[in-house]
Design a protein around this ligand. Structure first.
Ligand code: ADP
Ligand code: MG
Length: 475
């Protein structure tokens, strides 16, 4: 029996503002617990929220970049629930009229483009954090995160495979980091998502009952959680059982999903309009101003790389995948004045390392300036391409600078022609049989001699010089 998968994502993006959505407290990550909390975040009586302009601007930027409607009037609502990390007893969110609606974003799977429609993107404040593992038998509450601005981006149920879901999450990640509205740091929780999954028969006209998988924060877990959940649903339906609409938790250690609560028992949030805040009014002038100051987006970058640097479209796309990688490329291209070389190393070696470790460039130890230094050293022939690979691997592990690795490992390329001749002579006299065979017409043996010289020089001889010297010696 064949089943179709339907997926819709709700992505929470932490907006990178200096201060919170409704208070002046800092949003800096990693500070001591409860040091970035003010009266508003504490929910003390008599204090009023003051909206943070910057959060609105960032939401509008997202709306513009996704061809969305920016509502000229939107509202805040209260979502009421009781939880220790929510001192006010309610979260301020946008329920009825979000700031951004009806957008779209392109995703690519197997080189095919698909447009995913974005239902809405609304502003809301984050809650604090319960800390369960610090005090024996007790739970701590850290309110540093309480009140941090979030943009919740809700997709239409138009995603039809785990690959598409990951591609969609990556596309949103790419966009919000390009726009600089979020730092994209997933291990610190700057982006996390709820994944809604259902299955149905191809001939069914209505979508199946969905389960919602809560709070997933990595590309890999999205993929695994969906695969697991789809299998669970197929098994149930094929046994003739029903799917209950519920919220489930994905446990990455056990690779399974568990029920948290069913929708019937769902909290009644008693939403109502937030009486402490005025409607958000945005006029066209403000939108135009933001539009005029938008950074260059991936699509424009790709065309520029094709025009200016003569890159292939496929290569340009790889480099434009992330803002970090394009910055790395542009810096190395400018400093080495060899864009082709910089592009080749990013697409080949750097990309291979990223895929091997399944990390983002921003999470790796390779810094922009260090990559640039590497390309400069290859370009000025201080090191050969082969040695450069070793150097890059060292940087990947340690983050040390190119020049310190070259120096401490004695990797400077040998261009001294006297020394190269000496090594070539030795290789020729050590291998009389091969020399005779080569001279008798076995041209392919030339590679053997080059290989021996490179081995003898521990990869440090400049291959161009080696070729020249060997040609002379063997003729
Ligand atoms: P709620 O407010 O209960 O979370 P929404 O209607 O806002 O529900 O939908 C939340 C998410 O679930 C959206 O991303 C939407 O695309 C997705 N979704 C809705 N119905 C389904 C379904 N049958 N299967 C998969 N995803 C769905
Ligand atoms: Mg939901």
């Amino acid at each position: 029996m064949s089943w179709e998968t339907t997926i819709g994502l709700e992505i929470h993006v932490q907006l990178s503002t200096k201060t919170k959505l409704f208070s002046g407290a800092s949003t800096q990550f990693g500070s001591n617990p409860n040091t970035q909390v003010d009266y508003v975040d504490l929910g003390l009586p008599g204090v009023l929220p003051v909206p943070n302009r910057e959060a609105f601007n960032k939401a509008i930027m997202f709306g513009l970049a996704t061809n969305s409607t920016i509502n000229s009037i939107s509202f805040f609502d209260r979502k009421n629930y009781f939880y220790p990390d929510l001192p006010k007893g309610y979260q301020i969110t946008q329920m009825n009229k979000p700031i951004v609606e009806n957008g779209e974003i392109a995703i690519y799977v197997d080189n095919k483009e698909k447009i995913i429609n974005i239902t809405r993107a609304h502003l809301e404040e984050d809650a604090g954090k319960s800390v369960h593992d610090l005090f024996d038998g007790k739970t701590g509450v850290d309110l540093n995160r309480a009140g941090t601005p979030l943009l919740e981006i809700v997709s239409e149920p138009e995603i039809s495979s785990p690959e598409e879901a990951v591609a969609y999450f990556k596309a949103i990640h790419q966009l919000v980091t390009y726009l600089d509205i979020c730092d994209g740091n997933m291990s610190q929780g700057s982006m996390r998502c709820d994944v809604n999954v259902s299955i149905k028969k191809p001939e069914d006209t209505e979508l199946g009952t969905r389960a919602e998988l809560k709070n997933i924060n990595s590309f890999r877990f999205i993929d695994r959680a969906i695969r697991h959940e789809v299998n669970r649903q197929i098994k149930l339906l094929e046994k003739g059982e029903k799917i209950v609409q519920e919220t489930r938790l994905y446990d990455s250690d056990k690779n399974e999903t568990r029920s948290m609560r069913s929708k019937e028992a769902a909290n009644d949030y008693r939403y109502f309009p937030e009486p402490d805040l005025l409607p958000i009014v945005i006029d066209q002038n403000e939108i135009n101003e933001i539009k005029n100051n938008m950074p260059e987006l991936p699509k424009a970058k790709v065309s520029r790389y094709i025009d200016v640097f003569n890159l292939d479209e496929a290569d340009a796309k790889i480099i434009a995948t992330s803002k970090e990688m394009s910055k790395m490329f542009e810096t190395a291209a400018a400093e080495s004045m060899n864009p082709q070389l910089a592009a080749r190393w990013l697409i080949g070696e750097v990309n291979a390392l990223l895929n091997k470790d399944n990390v983002l460039l921003s999470e790796s130890k390779l810094e922009i300036n260090n990559f640039s230094a590497l390309i400069i050293r290859i370009n000025d022939e201080t090191i050969s391409g082969k040695i450069a690979k070793t150097v890059l691997e060292k940087i990947w592990e340690t983050g040390d600078t190119v020049d310190s690795i070259i120096e401490s490992e004695g990797l400077v390329q040998i261009k001294d022609s006297g020394l190269i001749e000496e090594i070539c002579n030795k290789v020729v006299s050590d291998n009389p049989d091969q020399v005779a065979a080569y001279r008798a017409g076995k041209d392919k043996l030339f590679g053997f001699f080059v290989g021996q010289v490179m081995k003898e020089s521990k990869g440090k001889a400049n291959p161009k010089n080696v070729n020249e010297v060997l040609k002379k010696l063997l003729s």
